[in-house]
Design a protein around this ligand. Structure first.
Ligand SMILES: Cc1ncc(COP(=O)(O)O)c(C=O)c1O
Length: 409
């Protein structure tokens, strides 16, 4: 007899476009750091969606905020004022510590980057006619819409969709001199992540971040930091740029957010300050759904819980535990080559390109992680992970490694 998963796989293949190579699991319920399939089997979520559900699944504060808002006011167009959108912009400004911050809300990470680039183009063309260029980094990921795809530093993802235009220059993600040299009076923005998430959990070196700020200042371009994956406490600071340079952070002009902001509901945002905050005028940019009352209520609940429960500091502490545990694990597991990352965005690197096999074995052991490269397994667990859950996560990962090591011997 066909099981529930087999049935779903057949129906999926018949009805959905084949854009995802899915893992063999179907979840019906989540609670905290745990997901459950239709048979009641529990899986420890070491990935939080893809760095989305930072407060874990079905967090009561988010559920309550969403239910209340949905029963009160679900939607008005952006032709009118709504309380939640303005409250959320105020809340975000506080997390940045920018008294002159202004926010534009959209629906996803790619849309946030598109909005940031449109803003930079307007700013650039006002400064120098034709200053529409963007300098971005190799290995970066900024989304799948055409503009965000062009910004993404992965030529293999461009090829099927070319031509994508010649307005982006990619420089090596660790090459501060190349970045300095690439920025000129035709540059409207430099776009960086502080840790490249999809690019393999690679921290961008401090010198590159410093060079980006200096080069922008030299020509009057905007420094945009894509914190879609790294923001909202994940790296052990509200935003990764704040802790990237040991107490002497470079200040971006624009920051892009999405994933963790509403704990699973679709939202994106760009937050700007200074001159950049004043660029957009009515008609320059808009969205039907962006900043709707329900997603904003969810995001307000997220900010409130992160603050109330001290989850930024907790993410930093958990990150330190992970690093120590990975070092200890490496002693007994020859498959581990090392690890990289910050806070609760970590990758364990492997001595062989068997990350997909390790991920499959982890799923069999009730642990959700993913292969962020052929030789790297990504961990992005929720910020609410308990010490006991951290131990279970490590035990399950160790068991998965043992399975793969034994199969190879
Ligand atoms: C750094 C970064 N930017 C942008 C995106 C795109 O976000 P979305 O899938 O919400 O469009 C992602 C998604 O993984 C990301 O990691």
């Amino acid at each position: 007899m066909m099981c529930d998963l087999d049935h779903l796989q057949v129906r999926e293949a018949a009805t959905l476009m084949h854009t995802y190579a899915r893992q063999p699991a179907a979840f019906v319920r989540g609670e905290g750091a745990w997901l459950y399939d239709g048979d009641g089997q529990a899986y420890l979520d070491g990935l939080s969606g893809l760095a989305v559900t930072g407060l874990g699944h079905a967090h009561p504060a988010v559920t309550e905020a969403v239910a209340h808002q949905a029963a009160t006011l679900m939607h008005t167009s952006n032709l009118y004022y709504t309380h939640r959108q303005i409250e959320l912009a105020e809340g975000l400004a506080n997390t940045f510590g920018w008294s002159d911050a202004r926010t534009f809300f959209c629906n996803s990470g790619a849309e946030a980057n598109e909005a940031a680039i449109k803003l930079a183009r307007l700013h650039g063309t006002r400064r120098t006619d034709g200053a529409v260029g963007v300098v971005a980094l190799t290995g970066s990921f900024h989304g799948r819409t055409l503009g965000a795809l062009r910004l993404t530093g992965n030529p293999a993802k461009h090829r099927p969709f070319e031509p994508l235009g010649d307005w982006v220059t990619h420089v090596g993600y660790d090459d501060d001199a190349a970045l300095e040299a690439a920025v000129d009076d035709q540059t409207s923005a430099v776009l960086v992540e502080v840790v490249q998430g999809e690019g393999g959990v690679r921290p961008v070196p401090p010198d590159v971040l410093r060079a980006a700020r200096a080069a922008c200042d030299r020509v009057g371009a905007l420094l945009i930091v894509d914190e879609v994956q790294t923001g909202l406490g994940r790296l052990g600071s509200w935003y990764g740029w704040q802790s990237a340079l040991d107490g002497d952070p470079v200040r971006p002009d624009v920051v892009c957010l999405a994933k963790g902001l509403a704990n699973g509901l679709p939202i994106g945002a760009i937050v700007a300050h200074g001159e950049a905050a004043k660029v957009f005028e009515p008609g320059d940019h808009a969205t039907t759904f962006g900043g709707g009352p329900v997603v904003c209520a969810a995001a307000l609940a997220v900010l409130g819980v992160i603050e109330r429960d001290g989850l930024v500091a907790r993410a930093a502490q958990l990150g330190d535990h992970f690093v120590a545990a990975f070092d200890a694990l490496a002693d007994g597991h020859p498959l581990i080559a090392g690890h990289r990352g910050r806070g609760l965005l970590q990758a364990v690197t492997l001595t062989r390109p068997v990350a997909p096999t390790v991920v499959a074995a982890a799923l069999d052991h009730g642990l959700i992680v993913n292969a962020v490269a052929a030789d790297a397994v990504r961990f992005a667990p929720p910020l609410i992970l308990s010490d006991a859950e951290l131990e279970q996560l490590l035990e399950r990962f160790a068991a998965a490694l043992t399975t793969v090591e034994q199969e190879a011997s």
